[in-house]
Design a protein around this ligand. Sequence first.
Ligand code: MN
Ligand code: MN
Length: 467
Amino acid sequence: MKNLLFNQTPVFDKLEKHILKKVDSLSDEYIQFLSKAKTERTSIKVISELLKKYGYKEIELYQDSLKELPNKFFIIFQNKNLACVNLENADINNGINFLISHIDAPRIDLKQNPLIEMSNLLMFKTHYYGGIKKYQWLNIPLALYGIIMTKEGKKIEVSIGDNANDPIFVIPDLAIHLSSKMIEKKMNEAITGEMLNAVAGSIYSQHEKKENQKIKLYALNILNKKYGIKETDFLTAELQFVPAISPRYAGFDLSLIAGYGHDDRSCAFASLKALLDYIPQKTNKAAVSIFYDKEEIGSDGSTGAKSRFIEDVIYQILEHKIRNFKSYYIRKILLKSNVISADVNTAINPNFPEVFENQNCSKLGYGVVITKFTGSRGKSGASEANTEYLNKLTAQFAKDKVKWQIGEIGKVDEGGGGTIAKFIAKYGCNVVDCGLPVMSMHSPFELISKFDLYSAHTAYKSFLKLK
Ligand code: MN
Ligand code: MN
């Protein structure tokens, strides 16, 4: 009797010992990566350091002084966007295999004028970034990251909360003792955006006892000594709270990794590692990985996937590689290109079985997820991958023994979501979402499986070979 049924087993099942070692070293390295990649700016830093180690040269977009384009290079745009390119053994006329991910994650931004004294405390006013369940961000340690620029144009990098000696910040929740009315409320009414104020200080100086806003003044004195800034410098600053919680293994068997920002830094890391490990074959397509910002708020803006950055990167290649190229060549190249939108999907959460459909939702530990479509309410707003492309991709995965699974975001009409896929699909290239399953997505402490991380890494390496 032939085996006609579709049977799924987890990645760890029958895994050889030497592969298990690779799984562990990859996840160890990922934990290091994630503990440093806390914001898009710090992610760019960590990614570019790694690229340099592997012989990638940094160039600027349309750099006039550039005589020859290196075969391995990367471009940083506005410190929040990065494209790395490997042209070794590639003919650009064959198109490009793109691994595209995003490095922004939901968080709590400071308001432009954030410092305020409320009763006897100094507080930071905030405006959240991305889709969050607000209650999850109360009473957890928060670290402050970002950039403040002084009047003199000095750029100050702020990072407070992730070093053992640093203070942290907290958005205080209401004690249960006084919550009898609150717990009866709807979740989105119980905690509103304007309630997300974080405690920033509580004491004042004896000399300034009689001053207005004396607690604020005391804190500003500390900031002025440390950074040379005044309150007005906040007005133009870029500051954000992220969980001051380090990623770590979860479960007795150390099979899971809990951490902030798995969406989408787990896919970004797996893409980066795939590109670094990739050995280009002759007559291959070029290999490019792009890390975008602003995905969590709709991919708008100059550093989001709706920008023209991808076109600029291709123009940059054409300018050096094809003499007298015509502008429509960029269309030809994109039409011949393959894209993996390396983004996560929602893993089945056993505490909430009512929203998942077991046969079609992704499971932690069962491998990288191919998400054929996203969107909501009858696939609305989705870029659906066509079967020809899925066939080509999964055939390559089979050759390279990549374990993968399918995934749908919960039951039909239960919710939904989107990715970068549809913004890239407008160019006419093959695009599919393919990334890790994540539990408790967009929470300050998400869960992934280290086996899925390994699976994603092998999948992305396999994809880069695609003809
Ligand atoms: Mn994502
Ligand atoms: Mn997301």
